[in-house]
Design a protein around this ligand. Structure first.
Ligand code: ADP
Ligand code: MG
Length: 721
């Protein structure tokens, strides 16, 4: 285990194991089959990757999606681990290279799709090497009870029988016992041990607000998350499309994703999101499987999810890097009826009943007044006993705003009672406000003593209160018909004068609650490092998070590592990353620290000039200044960055639909005119998304900086057309 700790630090760059990782690694190293159940982002991969480096032989990793495999393989290669990948997406040349790295025992890990394991060629390859470990990622795909059943996974049991000396590991984030039993049975796990990690994801901030003007609420939320990656989930394709249109009209960087789009468009949009080229993906539930982008900073539910499992899985896609992520749900009662409508279409009564119960649990969760983690974690069968998490709306609500609403409650409850407990929220409010509606008149309710006694509040304020009375369990709402009924405890308010406190003002997406992370890191330095990360990622055509996680960049912008020793102390920096990227990142940090830090020991940052432009995203500041007449050189000095960083800001500026002046750019190029044309022709054919193919095509003779400048010129020329 000492070796395992060493690898954790030197190869992966992490200081300590996350919960259960160590126990699991010990179990695997002693060749005992292991079933690992951890929530998304819990750190499952490390559990087999460290043993893989310690075993003599090969570790096979079976994974259901090519996109998942590619990112994992890239992440391992980035930290210097020899890794092979065999699937149908490879060119013949690449395939052979990967094949040979297994054959000549160079590769420590092989990522492969389940269907490939039935090919004779692959079987005989594997028979020629020593296989020490068989890892089945997303192991729930083996079970028909799971949500992503894959037929090819069923063959894995007999496949593993061919490798008796290999230990077998199943990994999944699905918690149901039935699925777990299926995995154990199908993989022929014997003498296995089951590891179940806590499903509590402490870094997710959970918030639910009443859905009023969902579009405005969304815009307010997005404005609090400028420059960040996030997902917006909608109920329908139509909603996805219209929200995408409206938000992009306002200048937000969005793309749609749903099953109705052609495959290539869907894949492209996903890719743009993963590469931080597009900030926000607006999607139906079709989006998510196969995404392991670690820097998703928020998930917004525009509509109510059908059940807690989906909700939890969807919010779980944020904050994988352990940095705070914000999860907001807009909760409207209208959504309940929409979902109920679909449930009613189900023919099987058992299925229908089960869907109803799931929906009910979801609604109860949305309405709860206690710490949100209590019902959520309990739902997954876990014993959660904390009563204050400090990371949900209910735990951080500002008590000062709460007022005595006993009289209001009494009026509301008697209106329900007097009208016979058969009407919905809006009708009750109409009665209280003395509305002159036909429905009220035909019921004769204008004659009740409660008619018109609630005029001190407007309709909206009453609605806000009604939600709270439900949450306080004074009343309940019939899910099918929407009618309100009194609970036992209502009597205490009506007859025993029990005091009720609550809020009359609408709780909103508040500034205070939605800080991204702890302050205490330098946002400007973070942006510089992020731009550099993006630049390198684009050059190599890999997602930015594969180079460094947001967590690593934040720590850099907090600790200011200015030499190799200090850089190595950053979580996520191992020896390989130090070697690869230290020489680029350390000078940026050093230069920045020299300019803005007072004294080497103090972490205090000199206060910077604050102008009106300070709140604009960096690339827009750069683009605007450039168009105002500043030269690239001047901008480099002003922002204290390299040429390439300025260029990538301008590229982003352009990619979002603004143009920049192109005179002067061509003069910066070091290649001749003849080459420009060839590169433009290449862009015409292949697009500008990836620069590495161009780099290879021109035998690495055109530098990446030149390619980025050419891309900028090209994009601007195209815009003028
Ligand atoms: P899962 O497969 O369970 O969804 P991953 O294995 O992809 O999760 O890990 C999620 C993130 O957590 C990754 O960015 C990974 O680098 C990070 N991580 C895993 N283990 C540790 C650790 N011990 N210390 C710090 N970060 C870790
Ligand atoms: Mg995983």
């Amino acid at each position: 285990m000492q070796k395992a700790h060493q690898i954790l630090k030197t190869v992966f760059g992490f200081d300590s194991f996350r919960p259960l990782q160590e126990e699991i690694i010990i179990n695997i190293l002693s060749k005992k089959d292991s079933l690992v159940i951890m929530p998304t982002g819990g750190g499952k991969s490390l559990c087999y990757q460290i043993p893989a480096l310690l075993f003599d032989g090969l570790t096979i990793v079976i994974s259901p999606l090519i996109s998942l495999m590619k990112d994992q393989v890239e992440q391992l290669r980035q930290i210097g681990v020899e890794t092979s990948l065999l699937n149908s997406s490879l060119s013949q040349g690449e395939y052979n290279k990967n094949y040979n790295s297994v054959l000549n025992k160079k590769a420590k890990l092989l990522y492969i799709a389940p269907e490939s394991l039935q090919k004779n060629e692959i079987i005989s390859l594997l028979k020629n090497v020593k296989v020490d470990c068989i890892t089945v990622d997303e192991a729930h795909c083996i079970s028909e009870w799971g949500h992503d059943f894959r037929k090819d996974y069923r063959q894995l049991g007999s496949f593993r029988k061919g490798f008796r000396s290999a230990v077998c590991i199943g990994l999944t984030a699905t918690a149901t016992p039935r699925v777990q039993d299926d995995i154990i049975k199908n993989l022929n796990m014997s003498g296995h041990k089951k590891f179940i990690a806590s499903f509590n994801r402490e870094n997710l901030f959970l918030q639910i607000i009443p859905k009023r003007k969902p579009f405005d609420q969304t815009v307010a939320f997005l404005n609090e998350h400028k420059n960040q990656s996030g997902i917006i989930y909608c109920f329908s394709r139509k909603q996805v499309e219209s929200l995408h249109e409206d938000l992009s009209d306002l200048g937000f960087s969005t793309k749609p994703y749903h099953a109705g789009l052609p495959d290539d468009e869907r894949n492209k949009n996903q890719d743009l999101f993963i590469k931080d080229e597009v900030q926000i993906i607006i999607a139906t539930i079709a989006f998510g499987m196969g995404i392991n982008k670690s820097n998703v900073r928020f998930v917004l539910h525009y509509d109510l999810p059908k059940n807690i499992e989906s909700y939890y899985q969807e919010i779980g896609r944020s904050g994988r890097d352990g940095v705070r992520a914000d999860c907001l749900l807009l909760f409207g009662y209208g959504d309940i009826s929409k979902i109920n409508y679909f449930i009613d279409q189900k023919e099987d009564p058992v299925e229908r009943r089960s869907a109803e119960m799931h929906l009910q649990a979801m609604v109860q969760y949305a309405e709860t007044e206690v710490c949100r983690r209590l019902p959520l974690i309990k739902y997954f069968g876990e014993n959660y006993t904390e009563d204050y998490c400090g990371m949900c709306d209910n735990c951080t609500i500002d008590e000062k705003e709460s007022v005595d609403v006993t009289i209001n409650a009494q009026k509301f409850l008697s209106a329900i009672k007097r009208t016979g407990e058969v009407f919905g929220v809006n009708y009750i409010i109409d009665v209280l406000c003395g509305a002159e509606s036909d429905r009220i008149f035909s019921n004769g309710h204008q004659n009740l003593s409660v008619y018109g006694v609630g005029k001190e509040l407007n309709k909206k304020q009453w609605q806000i209160l009604a939600h709270q009375f439900i949450r306080k369990e004074l009343i309940r709402r019939d899910n099918e018909f929407g009618s309100l009924k009194l609970n036992e405890s209502a009597n205490d308010v009506l007859f025993k004068n029990k005091k009720i406190s609550g809020f009359i003002k609408q709780p909103e997406v508040s500034r205070k609650k939605l800080k991204i992370t702890d302050e205490g890191y330098d946002k400007n330095l973070f942006e510089l490092l992020r731009a550099e990360r993006k630049y390198i990622a684009d050059s190599h055509n890999i997602p930015p998070f594969v180079i460094f996680s947001d967590a690593s960049l934040i720590q850099m912008a907090k600790d200011f590592p200015v030499n190799e020793g200090e850089f190595l102390r950053i979580s996520g920096v191992g020896v390989n990353k130090l070697e690869r990227y230290g020489k680029v990142f350390i000078p940026i940090i050093k230069k920045y620290a020299d300019k803005y830090r007072t004294g080497s020991k103090s972490l205090k940052i000199k206060t910077r000039k604050r102008g009106s432009r300070i709140d604009k995203p960096r690339h827009i500041q750069v683009g605007d200044s450039y168009n105002d007449g500043k030269s690239i050189k001047e901008l480099e000095e002003e922002f204290n960055v390299k040429t390439q960083t300025i260029i990538s800001h301008l590229v982003r500026y352009t990619a979002e639909g603004r143009s920049v002046r192109t005179n002067g750019l061509a003069e910066m190029l070091t290649v001749d005119k003849k080459h420009h044309k060839k590169v433009f022709e290449h862009f015409n054919m292949e697009g500008t998304q990836q620069l590495s193919p161009a780099f290879e095509k021109f035998s690495q003779e055109i530098s990446y900086l030149d390619l980025h400048i050419l891309k900028l010129i090209y994009l601007n020329n195209n815009m003028k057309k």
